[in-house]
Design a protein around this ligand. Structure first.
Ligand code: SAH
Length: 252
């Protein structure tokens, strides 16, 4: 009888330990609430962000699942990571006077180009690498160009450590990436004042492109489609992105 009680107690303690360590036990709950730590996955904050995206009208379940999975906070360089809430619906600084776009804009632009698994997508303005990770998580084959070498290096490193095989080029996005063209879709996350022709040329027939176009305080998202050699554009939301800076004539 004594032995039975002992066994039952041992089994109970084991089950309790298992629940606390691996389940949704109080240890985890307390850790999640007591502020960010290195090992904190922040899945509750991401789930709340996904709820906001739904409330704002994002409908594509694949995109919502991806945004709930990719660890946005990891893409914000450590020095800026907790300067503002990484999961709040606003842009966050990433250094070099650049920002990671607000989650709604990332989700919206992604939804508008509807990336399919296996498609080849070019992104201009890698920044933190977050938008590229979202596209890669959706199964696209992603190429991304960043003009600031330190940001390109940071993005390469975090993309690799989070398990995304994105190709990052340090260079001038106005030139596109002719060696890998044509692309099924192009997404530009900095604002040129005029449509960069090289990017239109590097788009497949049947391809689509989304970009913020215009001067600093008068930008609109533009959606462009190439069909039978014809280019159709459609104006969309007013937005405010950092400007797309022209590279030096001899830059890569
Ligand atoms: N997509 C990014 C946010 C981009 S912020 C993310 O998910 O974090 C815009 C980025 O465009 C900045 O990093 C800026 O350096 C870059 N950029 C500006 N002009 C560029 C150009 N001509 N070519 C490539 N990148 C450029």
């Amino acid at each position: 009888m004594k032995r039975l009680v002992g066994l039952a107690a041992a089994a109970f303690i084991l089950a309790l330990w298992h629940w606390m360590a691996f389940g949704d036990g109080w240890l985890r709950t307390v850790a999640a609430r007591s502020g960010p730590g290195e090992d904190d996955d922040m899945h509750e904050q991401r789930a709340a962000m996904v709820q906001t995206l739904r409330a704002y009208g994002i409908r594509d379940e694949r995109i919502l699942t991806t945004m709930g999975r990719v660890r946005r906070h990891r893409f914000i360089p450590e020095a800026y990571r907790w300067a503002s809430d990484p999961y709040g619906d606003h842009p966050c600084p990433i250094g070099h006077q650049q920002t990671i776009s607000q989650p709604y804009i990332v989700a919206y632009m992604t939804e508008r180009i509807a990336p399919q698994p296996g498609e080849k997508i070019l992104e201009i303005g890698t920044g933190s690498g977050y938008q590229a990770a979202i596209l890669a998580d959706l199964g696209a084959d992603v190429y991304s160009i960043e003009i600031i070498p330190e940001l390109a290096d940071h993005a390469r490193q975090v993309l690799a450590s989070e398990g995304f095989a994105v190709k990052v080029l340090t260079g001038d996005g106005y030139k596109g990436w002719p060696e890998h063209a044509p692309f099924d879709a192009v997404i530009v996350t900095c604002a040129p004042e005029q449509l960069p022709q090289a990017l239109v040329d590097q788009l497949k027939d049947g391809g689509r492109m989304i970009l913020p176009l215009g001067e600093r305080f008068a930008q609109r998202l533009v959606i462009l489609r190439k069909e039978a050699g014809q280019v159709r554009t459609e104006e969309d939301l007013p937005v405010r992105f950092v400007p797309m800076v022209p590279g030096k004539p001899d830059s890569p």
